[in-house]
Design a binder for this molecule. Structure first.
Ligand code: SF4
Ligand code: SF4
Length: 90
């Protein structure tokens, strides 16, 4: 049975990133999204603790300047279309 966004409990969200702290510098793993599998449910956007995700036509666009690589979006995605990939050492 499919669910709509109205079935999902309200969650606290932040609507702006931490513009003082470039939390992307903390990142060890980065999220990679398979947009073809995205169901536009918006859960990744709702759960990102640093508002690093912008929705473009309902699908996530991740701002790596603020993504700290916590993996919450990948954990919450019901379509399993976000994977965490280790950053390459520079
Ligand atoms: S890994 Fe996902 S939830 Fe965590 S900061 Fe980056 S975009 Fe947000
Ligand atoms: S949680 Fe997954 S399916 Fe939902 S909008 Fe984000 S990437 Fe798409």
């Amino acid at each position: 049975m499919s669910r709509s966004y109205e079935d999902i409990p309200l969650t606290p969200i932040s609507d702006t990133p931490s513009t003082v702290n470039m939390t992307g510098l903390w990142r060890v793993f980065r999220p990679v999204v398979d947009l073809d599998k995205c169901r536009k449910c918006t859960l990744c956007w709702k759960f990102c603790p640093d508002a690093a995700i912008e929705l473009v036509d309902g699908k996530p666009n991740i701002d790596l300047r603020y993504c700290k690589g916590c993996g919450i979006c990948a954990n919450e995605c019901p379509a399993e279309c976000i994977i965490m990939v280790k950053e390459e050492a520079e």
